[in-house]
Design a protein around this ligand. Structure first.
Ligand code: HOZ
Length: 420
């Protein structure tokens, strides 16, 4: 496979961009080698600058539930572009998008649009502190909620990939407002609440973790979080940036029947454009400026292009509920065969091949994976035109554009690797 143009670009990029990339995991440090520079995408495939084509299981890290360049999103963007790119003033479509989100995710009684998942979690957390008058947050080891200062404690995703336990640049006082507990441990949460429950503003959790690889909640875990937070007057924030509109139309909260106080959304809700949202109970959201004292703002918030793409995406998903069954079946087909020495976790159309024979239920078990072998698997698949996330600690994402043939080809390549 010829990769010289990607290599050239990577060398050039590294002189002007830290690590040659604009988000760390893309640098391939978790698997070695030079990243492929992508020229375009279509359906289930991406094409690099050397002309190689890959079946794409990254899907822009989750947003592309309909694959690359889905017609409804492209049409909506073309139309929106005719009217302007940014106004910094309210538009009709923002109202429509907020209404639609509330309809699909009923716990989001009011919604504020922002530009990225990081902004959504940062704002939700500030709101939780402003609403409760408390400072502490409980998060879970291996969960990643964007690069919010106080949440970069034992975080997953790039921090896990690069082995950074606590990032430089976060004041100690900020980090000390966060209590990181093992995911899926009800006992740890109960103990923490018994000791400091009256100081905890929020519990924030990825209801299905995507950022240490895919790790589902143990039966009863989310329910216990709901019960404990209610008992102590703490807000429960479900970070559905990855799971929203993916594990079910109404996200993980629909799939697992949990009603959070606040929700954060991103990725799919923008149809591949930068947009995110936070929202929840009326009484909490009414604390957000200009109604209340919790300040949050943004010039590009509710950007007309992102809103148009998001509306087109969500309308399509609402009109085609059957696609979730198709995604479920295809993902089940792809992950049906469990290779020796591997654990596969899957929830709907997100999954991870963990290179560990043990169940992976939290960060302690995830970090036991054989990352060097994962790296060899990654490159074996890449050479065969299959593009997986370049880290053991990220999830793979399936789209409706992945055909049965894509799935068969991918499964056959995986069997070939494990047979060798
Ligand atoms: N950290 C995000 C995935 N969990 C985004 C990675 C990227 O866009 O490079």
């Amino acid at each position: 496979m010829k990769t010289s143009r990607s290599e050239e670009l990577f060398a050039r990029a590294q002189t002007r961009i830290p690590g040659g990339v604009n988000s760390p995991v893309r640098a391939f440090r978790g698997v070695g080698g030079a990243p492929r520079f992508i020229a375009r995408g279509e359906g289930s495939r991406i094409f690099d600058v050397d002309g190689n084509s890959y079946i794409d299981y990254v899907g822009s890290w989750g947003p592309l539930l309909l694959g690359h360049r889905p017609q409804p999103v492209i049409d909506a963007l073309r139309e929106a572009l005719e009217s302007g790119t940014s106004f910094g003033a309210p538009t009709e479509r923002e109202v429509e998008l907020a209404e639609l989100i509330s309809r699909v995710v009923p716990s989001m009684e009011m919604v504020r649009l922002v530009n990225s998942g990081t902004e959504a979690t940062m704002s939700a957390l500030r709101l939780a502190r402003g609403f409760t008058g408390r400072d502490l947050t409980v998060k879970f080891e291996g969960c990643y909620h964007g690069h919010v200062d106080s949440l970069l404690v034992k975080a997953g995703s790039g921090m896990a990939t690069l082995g950074i336990a606590a990032t430089a640049g976060v004041p100690k006082a900020f980090a000390e407002t966060t209590i990181a507990l093992p995911f899926n441990s009800i006992a740890a949460v109960e103990k923490t609440f018994a000791e400091r429950g009256d100081q905890i503003a929020a519990v924030i959790v990825e209801p299905v973790v995507g950022n240490m690889g895919c790790v589902p909640p143990a039966p009863g875990f989310l329910e216990a979080l709901r019960e404990l937070t209610t008992r102590y007057g703490t807000l429960l924030i479900l970070d559905e940036v990855m799971t929203g509109f993916r594990v079910a139309l109404g996200g993980a909260q629909q799939r697992f029947g949990i009603k959070p106080d606040l929700t954060t959304l991103g990725k799919i809700m923008g149809g591949g454009l930068p947009i995110a949202a936070y929202g929840g109970r009326h009484d909490i959201m009414r604390k957000v400026a200009p109604l209340g004292p919790v300040y949050q703002a943004g010039t590009l918030s509710g950007n007309p292009l992102s809103v148009a793409a998001g509306l087109a995406m969500l309308r399509y998903l609402m009109a085609h509920p059957e696609l979730y069954e198709q995604l479920e079946q295809r993902a089940a087909q792809l992950t049906a065969w469990v290779p020796p020495g591997v654990t596969i976790n899957r929830v709907g159309a997100m999954f991870t091949y963990f290179f560990s024979p043990e169940p992976v239920t939290d960060w302690e078990s995830a970090k036991k994976c054989d990352t060097a072998r994962f790296g060899r698997f990654f490159h074996f698949m890449l050479e065969r035109g299959i593009y997986l996330a370049p880290s053991q600690f990220e999830a793979a994402f399936l789209s409706t554009a992945h055909s049965e043939e894509d799935i068969r080809y991918t499964a056959a390549a995986a069997r070939e690797f494990f047979a060798a």
